[in-house]
Design a protein. Structure first.
Length: 486
C-alpha cells in the first residue's frame, strides 16, 4: 500500500515540487539499505537502519518546515548561486550550447558541487527539493559513518551514543535546508577515514584491502576537489593513522610506504597553492563574543603572510589564537535569543543551529575528558580523526572565527569524543560544573545582566562548596583519604 501511494505521487503529483524529490528519495533509500546491509553486522543491522532512517526523517522534516516558512528567501548566498548555476549548466548540457544566465558567477560553474546540482537537474528538471533530499541523505550518511567509526574504534556503546547525538545536533541540519556543498564534504571526509580504517583492519588481504583502499582514494579525491584545506587536514589525519598502525606492526612496511608516498604526493602541491590563499578575518568582528578585545586583526592577505606574522609576533599571535579558539568553540552562542541584539537576525538558517549548540555546551566537558579515554581505549587508533579535527578547528579559529557552518565540519569528531567521555568517565560528571559555570557567567556578561551575574557567581561558589562537602562526608564514611583521586 505504501509503495503504491509513493508511485501514485510520483506519477500524478507536481513533478518538481513533490514527484521528483520523492523519486530521488526512493532511489537513495534503496542505496542506503544495500550499503548498510553490506557494512553492518547482522546483530546490529536493525539499529543501523533505524539510526539512518530517523536521522533522514529529522532532516527532511526540518527542511520541509523551513521551506514552508521562508522558502528560497531563507537561502544563503552560496545556495542561491549553486541553484542558479546548476540549472544553467543543466540547460546548457541539454541544448549542447554555452552556459547562459550566470553573470558574475562564472567561478561557481567550475565547482564540483555545481556539477552535482546540474546532474540532478539534468535528470529531474529544476527541482531544488531534490537537492535538499540529497543533502539530507548525505547528512544521514555522515551520522551513520560516525556511528560506525565509534563502534570500530571505541565500542558499540560509544558508537550508538555518538550516532544519536549527531542525528539530533541541529547544526548539521543547516546543510540540508538548501543546496549547500558542506554535507558532501563532511560525508566524504568521514568516508575517507572509515574506508582507511577498514582497509587497514584485520589481516592484509587483497580482496579486503583493495575495495576499501579504493573507496578511501575516491573519497579523498572528492574532498580535494571540494575544499583544499579540508583535504590537507584529512590527509595529515590519514598520515597519523597510518603511522600509528605501522608502529603497532599490524601491516607490512611496503603498504605503509605506499600510503605515505601517496599522501605526500597529494598534500604538498595543494599546500603550496594554499600559501597564497586570502583569509576572511573580517568575519571575526561579526558579533563575536571576544572581538572587542582586539584593536587590530592579523594580516589577512595570504596564509603565508599570517604564518609569518605569527612567527614574528608570538605574544600577539598567542593571544589571538587563544581567544579565537574560545570564540569558535562556543559559536553560535546559543544563549543569545535570535533577534535580541543587532548582530543577530530574528530567524534564518543559522538559527536552526542554536538548539544543537545547547547540546554541545552540555557535553563539552565530556569531550575534553574523552580525548585521553579515546586514545587509550582505541590504542591510538583515533589519532587520525583527532589530527583532522584539531587542524581544521585551529584553521577555522584563525581564519573565520565564529563561522558555525564551517566549524561544524569538526563536530562529528567532537561529539564522538564527548560520547567517549560520557561512557568512560561518567564517574567524573561533577567536574562538568567547572565548564558549565563559566558558560553561564559568559552568557550573563554578554547579555549584560549584572544582577544575575553576581547571583550566579554566588550560586556557583555555594555549589562547589556543597560538592566538596558532600564528597568529604562520603569519603569519611568509607574511610577513604579525603585528597585521593575522585
Amino acid at each position: 500500500m505504501t509503495l503504491a501511494a509513493i508511485f501514485v505521487v510520483i506519477a500524478l503529483g507536481p513533478w518538481e515540487t513533490w514527484a521528483a524529490p520523492l523519486l530521488v528519495g526512493v532511489c537513495l533509500a534503496g542505496l542506503a539499505v544495500l550499503a548498510i546491509t553490506a557494512i553492518e553486522p547482522a546483530s546490529s543491522r536493525a539499529h543501523g537502519l533505524l539510526l539512518f532512517a530517523a536521522s533522514w526523517a529529522m532532516r527532511l522534516t526540518a527542511s520541509g518546515l523551513y521551506s514552508a516558512w521562508l522558502g528560497a528567501r531563507g537561502w544563503l548566498d552560496d545556495a542561491i548561486a549553486y541553484d542558479r548555476v546548476g540549472w544553467a549548466l543543466a540547460q546548457a548540457w541539454r541544448a549542447g550550447g554555452a552556459v547562459l544566465g550566470i553573470g558574475g558567477l562564472e567561478w561557481v560553474a567550475g565547482e564540483p558541487f555545481s556539477r552535482v546540482v546540474a546532474a540532478v537537474y539534468w535528470v529531474v528538471g529544476h527541482s531544488p527539493n531534490s537537492i535538499i533530499v540529497l543533502n539530507a541523505f548525505l547528512g544521514s550518511a555522515s551520522v551513520y559513518l560516525v556511528y560506525r567509526l565509534g563502534c570500530e574504534l571505541l565500542g558499540e556503546e560509544v558508537g550508538c551514543l555518538a550516532g544519536w547525538m549527531c542525528a539530533i545536533y541541529t547544526g548539521f541540519w543547516v546543510y540540508s535546508l538548501m543546496p549547500l556543498k558542506d554535507g558532501l564534504i563532511m560525508t566524504s571526509a568521514l568516508l575517507f577515514f572509515y574506508s582507511l580504517l577498514r582497509a587497514m583492519s584485520g589481516k592484509p588481504a587483497a580482496l579486503h584491502t583493495i575495495p576499501w583502499a579504493s573507496a578511501a582514494l575516491a573519497a579523498g579525491a572528492v574532498v580535494l576537489l571540494m575544499r583544499d584545506y579540508v583535504f590537507i587536514a584529512a590527509s595529515l589525519g590519514g598520515l597519523a593513522f597510518i603511522l600509528v598502525r605501522a608502529a603497532q606492526g599490524q601491516h607490512s612496511r611496503l603498504l605503509v610506504a605506499v600510503g605515505l608516498i601517496a599522501l605526500g604526493v597529494a598534500v604538498f602541491p595543494v599546500a603550496r597553492r594554499l600559501a597564497d590563499y586570502s583569509l576572511p578575518l573580517a568575519n571575526f568582528g561579526a558579533g563575536s563574543f571576544l572581538s572587542g578585545l582586539f584593536g587590530t586583526l592579523p594580516p589577512s592577505e595570504t596564509v603565508a603572510g599570517l604564518v609569518q606574522w605569527m612567527l614574528t609576533h608570538p605574544v600577539l599571535s598567542g593571544a589571538y589564537l587563544s581567544l579565537s579558539l574560545i570564540s569558535t568553540l562556543l559559536a553560535p552562542y546559543a544563549w543569545i535569543v535570535p533577534g535580541s541584539i543587532p548582530s543577530t537576525t530574528a530567524f534564518d538558517a543559522y538559527t536552526v543551529a542554536f538548539p544543537g549548540m545547547w547540546l554541545w555546551y552540555l557535553v563539552l566537558p565530556f569531550a575534553v575528558l574523552g580525548v585521553g579515554s579515546s586514545l587509550r581505549r582505541s590504542r591510538g587508533g583515533i589519532a587520525g580523526l583527532l589530527t583532522f579535527a584539531a587542524l581544521l578547528f585551529v584553521l577555522f579559529s584563525l581564519t573565520i572565527p565564529r563561522e558555525s557552518r564551517h566549524r561544524d565540519l569538526v563536530m562529528p569528531v567532537l561529539l564522538l569524543l564527548a560520547s567517549a567521555g560520557i561512557v568512560f568517565n561518567w564517574r567524573l560528571k561533577r567536574l562538568a560544573w567547572f565548564a558549565w559555570a563559566p558558560l553561564l557567567l559568559a552568557a550573563i556578561v554578554k547579555l549584560q545582566a549584572w544582577v544575575p551575574l553576581f547571583a550566579s557567581a554566588a550560586s556557583a561558589a555555594i555549589l562547589v562548596t556543597l560538592i566538596w562537602m558532600s564528597e568529604l562526608r562520603r569519603r569519611r564514611s568509607v574511610g577513604a583519604p579525603v585528597n585521593s583521586d575522585p
